[in-house]
Design a protein around this ligand. Sequence first.
Ligand code: FPP
Length: 273
Amino acid sequence: MKTVSLNRKKQTEKDAQRQVELRESGRVPNHIAIIMDGNGRWAKERGNMRVFGHQAGVDSVRDTVEACAQMGIPHLTLFAFSTENWMRPASEVNALMQLLIQSLRKETRKLVENDIKLVAVGQLERLPDKCHRELLEAIEITKDNKRLQVCLALSYSGRWDLAQAARKISEMVINGEVGPEDVNEELVQSLLTTNSIPDPDLLIRTGGEFRLSNFLLWQAAYSELYISKKYWPDFRRDELYKSIESYQKRERRFGKISEQLEKKDMRQVSAGV
Ligand code: FPP
């Protein structure tokens, strides 16, 4: 298998060995979703502007994407900008958009080289034109890649996603395409903007706080949660491995009792494990 490299650094043997051990010690999540929190606090503790923390967070994104690709995790979703984040001071919003543009320009080629596909969910049309254009271009350029799909949640919120699905359902009912009795979980799920992505198995939040902050409200119904005390700019693959280890110890019952679980429940078997 082709090696993955988004950094200039070569993967160490020790790290490759750690990944093999993790894969062998239990199921590996098929989809990891991350609330990347703590950039502002990280910067403040260093006497810097919040933007400095966001900039430092890009290195954590790179290391996490690389580690997921190396481990054969097929889906990674990153909460990069929430609907509520538009209410932050304009200077911070502008800096984040600028950072996104820079990162897309810098990393797209590396995504292609490493067979990584980029997708995005959220109210993308609210992004500044330049940012929106660069994003759509990166999505187009990487669309045939297969190894890992990285989904950026941008101008995204779980409530918005549910509301837009509800709007589509009302239109379908009005147009006579479905009746009220046809509205069920499958229909709602199929109309969420994340409909082509499986629900996250593991949801990580950095920065130590215990909340979902309007992230994947529907999709995270049965996600295993892992709260890391590390601020996002300090999050590296070692902490990712710890979260996977923690995930491997969980019994995912999906509402059933232990005795009802098959030895290898298909919902627990992850790709390649
Ligand atoms: C939350 O920390 C983080 C964000 C709102 C932005 C996340 C953005 C990045 C990591 C950089 C760029 C991302 C990509 C995908 C290139 P916070 O500001 O809320 O921190 P705080 O809780 O300490 O205030």
